[in-house]
Design a protein around this ligand. Structure first.
Ligand code: FPP
Length: 256
């Protein structure tokens, strides 16, 4: 029943012109998104910032469905950074409730559609209610084999890299590793994103042109795509535009 709901949506979408013309080989395996502009979207409408985050949650659902339908394998969403704790407490509390709210409504649908939920971030500082909701979703979807929906939650790339360096240094001190064994592959595997390939495509909404401490190591060779559109108004059509542009790029990884 729930599965059909998503399927019907996809069928309706399939007839829209903007969904045509993306050959499967041009669909990126891993898309990462900095979902920015919720606050400005709300302000423009005279609404509280929280209304923007709530609306942004609906965009998460729409883009997850579309990514799954297009055959994207990994979708990483920057939901809360290690710097976002600086925001007013009421906003932080609201943001920390969103994963729970989202999963209460969507988990059944995610399971029915073979989506695997994962989390990338510093778990220790998350409120128990946030962490338990995410852990429950991770365990209930662990057997699925479809789209990996990876929430970057309390994630910071510099902290991630420093902690990885510390752990590797400890292994060297204990004689488990030699300095010569430390290479790209080992370092990548030991990051919080260790199980995932590097993003092929990074999307950032709201007109800001920066990475904001997001996956700095992993984005080394990713294609970057920016749009002025605020996250709550980011549609499947915008997502297609990004993927179509990605399909036109020649990725050379430093070669010719
Ligand atoms: C940045 O916009 C957005 C965030 C810090 C939060 C992103 C969270 C969501 C989109 C909802 C997450 C949903 C789930 C399911 C976890 P901003 O507030 O910085 O916007 P502004 O720059 O316009 O102020």
């Amino acid at each position: 029943m729930i599965k059909r709901l998503w399927a019907n949506r996809s069928k309706a979408k399939a007839s829209l012109p903007h969904t045509e013309g993306i050959p499967p080989e041009n669909v990126p395996e891993h898309v990462a998104i900095i979902m920015d502009g919720n606050g400005r979207w709300a302000k423009r409408r005279g609404l509280p910032r929280m209304a923007g985050h709530h609306s942004g949650m609906k965009t998460v659902k729409r883009i997850t469905i579309e990514a799954n339908r297009l055959g994207v394998k990994y979708l990483t969403l920057y939901a809360f950074s290690t710097e976002n704790w600086k925001r007013p407490k009421a906003e932080v509390d609201f943001l920390m409730k969103l994963p729970q709210q989202f999963l209460e409504i969507e988990l059944e649908d995610l399971i029915a559609n073979n989506v695997q939920v994962k989390m990338m971030g510093h778990r220790e500082d998350l409120p128990p209610h946030t962490l338990s909701a995410v852990e429950e979703a991770i365990s209930k979807t662990a057997g699925n084999s479809g789209l990996v929906l990876n929430f970057a939650l309390n994630y910071g790339s510099r902290k991630e890299m420093l902690e990885t360096v510390q752990a590797i240094a400890a292994d060297v001190r204990e004689g488990k590793l030699t300095p010569e064994q430390i290479n790209d592959e080992l370092f990548s595997q030991r990051l919080l994103s260790g199980e995932l390939p590097d993003p092929d495509l990074l999307i950032r909404t709201s007109g800001e042109l920066r990475l904001s401490n997001f996956m700095l190591w992993q984005l080394a060779y990713s294609e970057l795509w920016f749009t002025d559109v605020y996250w709550p108004e980011f549609t499947e059509q915008h997502f297609h535009e990004a993927i179509e542009e990605y399909g036109r790029r020649a990725r050379r990884y430093g070669g010719v």
